[in-house]
Design a protein around this ligand. Structure first.
Ligand code: PLP
Length: 396
């Protein structure tokens, strides 16, 4: 990151970024030049927010909900989140342990700030959501990767994670179903990890469950909630962005143990005061209203998943595992003869397909690229056809 001779804090120079936003900007620029770009880069549903959710926000505006709300969020919304957690994850959580925050990201930002400093170690999935590693580096803690490998369907090995814990390990970050791999960690691996964590009572766990509603039939979501062994040191990240196609609203929630909730609330007060009120009313309508919108999106993603996985496996030099959740395919592209960044750039500039190189998600992502299949089946098929021509040309 370029800095001038201004006395900018050194730790800000260690902050990384999310390449998907850079790809999006370049894809938009190419589209404005008149190029036909198929966007399989950014991770956001291509659906509109359900109408009844939008109406709830409009009503809140008309009803005069224009002011600050309590910093942890409107009580009725926190109660709705607690009821939803009970209904879907069979875990009892008090509304007092829930914070409403502007999106999924603030929960990872706050937990890494809370547990990261020089001399500490934070474990994180690699390849994984890039902000984990970025924030760990920002705090000066040592970033210890949990390698997610294709041979294990991008799940992790609990014994491997447990063996890397040291007295300096302050936080372990987990994410299932995962970005960028679509991998879903099986229940037995989570059980093993939780049992092993009993030996390491100084370690806090942050479970990023933002794709919890986007799981496919053979891989039901496994939550870290409802496990007494770690309940006093578990932070859970979730939100509305992916489940209800609300990425632009900036609405998320987190569950905090009693010992951390005050500190987390203080971070909210220092950072954003509260989430805007109409959005919180929209969030309530989403949780309490009809859920067929979520089922319909999931069914569409499921169908597209099949199309993209089959299509990728038919391409020369490409092989792709079946994702267990989220809306990402993460094919192995090692036999194309190109590295991940080269293929990402050439697909965008020469073929008109936006994707994200696996290396944008950490060093273990080399040899892979991420396709977001939150786009129409027709566009996915068009992209696959274009890639087929392009890759066939490379090999002749
Ligand atoms: N966690 C993961 C694993 C994600 O993939 C994302 C977004 O892509 C987020 C968190 C952030 O979600 P939000 O856009 O609600 O901040």
């Amino acid at each position: 990151m370029a800095t001038t001779n201004l006395l900018v804090s050194e730790k800000l120079t260690r902050l990384g970024t999310e390449t998907a936003f850079e790809v999006l900007a370049r894809a938009d620029a190419l589209s404005r030049e008149g190029k036909d770009i198929i966007n399989l880069g950014i991770g956001q549903p291509d659906f509109k927010t359900p109408g009844h959710v939008v109406e709830a926000a409009i009503k809140a505006m008309h009803d005069g909900h224009h002011g600050y709300t309590p910093a942890p969020g409107i009580l009725e919304l926190r109660e709705a989140v607690a009821a939803d957690i009970y209904a879907r994850r069979n875990a009892v959580v008090s509304p007092d342990n829930i914070l409403i925050v502007p999106g999924g990201k603030p929960t990872m930002f706050f937990s890494i700030l809370m547990f990261g400093e020089p001399g500490r170690e934070i474990m994180y999935p690699n390849p994984g959501f890039p902000i984990y590693e970025s924030m760990i580096n920002f705090t000066g803690a040592k970033a210890v990767p949990i390698p997610l490998v294709e041979e294990k369907d991008f799940s992790f090995d609990a014994d491997d994670v447990l063996s890397k814990i040291t007295p300096a390990t302050s936080l372990i970050i987990l994410n299932s179903p995962a970005n960028p791999t679509g991998g879903a960690v099986p229940a037995q691996e989570i059980d093993k990890l939780v049992a092993g964590l009993a030996e390491h009572p100084h370690v806090t766990i942050m479970s990023d469950e933002i794709y919890s509603r986007l799981c496919y039939d053979d891989a039901p979501h496994v939550t870290l909630l409802g496990r007494p062994e770690i309940a006093d040191r578990l932070i859970v990240l979730d939100g509305w962005s992916k489940t209800y196609a609300m990425t632009g609203w900036r609405l998320g929630y987190s569950v905090w143990p009693a010992s951390l909730i005050e500190m987390a609330t203080r971070l909210c007060v220092n950072n954003h005061s509260c989430v805007n009120a109409p959005t919180q009313f929209a969030g309530m309508a989403a949780l309490e209203g009809p859920q067929d919108c979520v089922d319909e999106m999931l069914a569409a993603f499921n169908e597209r998943k099949q199309v993209i996985v089959d299509g990728l496996n038919a391409l020369p030099g490409v092989s792709c595992r079946k994702p267990g959740g989220a809306f990402y395919a993460f094919p192995n592209i090692k036999n194309t003869g190109m590295d991940a960044r080269t293929l990402q750039n050439r697909l965008l500039e020469e073929v008109g397909i936006a994707t994200v190189a696996g290396t944008s998600f950490g060093s273990y992502g080399e040899g892979y690229i991420r396709f977001s299949y939150a786009n129409s089946t027709e566009n996915i098929k068009r992209a696959l056809e274009r890639m087929d021509h392009f890759l066939a040309e490379q090999s002749t």
